[in-house]
Design a protein around this ligand. Structure first.
Ligand SMILES: [Zn+2]
Length: 68
């Protein structure tokens, strides 16, 4: 899947940082989230999961994106 932004074609390395606060917890509303990269990959997406035992929140992020 190629993005549709014609002015962005040469910029495949995005230095995007997602703050954990931006991702709402599912099972633990107080979870501060500690995301670790998982082994799952779908195309250009990589799985990240919260390693807190009560949470287990998972997200797929484009490769190169880092959660701090
Ligand atoms: Zn969490």
């Amino acid at each position: 899947m190629e993005p549709n932004f014609s002015d962005n074609e040469s910029n495949n390395e995005h230095d995007v940082v997602i703050q954990p606060e931006d991702i709402k917890p599912i099972t633990d509303p107080n979870c501060a989230h500690h995301f670790v990269q998982d082994s799952d990959e779908i195309g250009e997406m990589v799985a990240w999961v919260c390693n807190k035992p009560k949470c287990g929140r998972g997200v797929f992020l484009p490769k190169g994106v880092t959660i701090t």
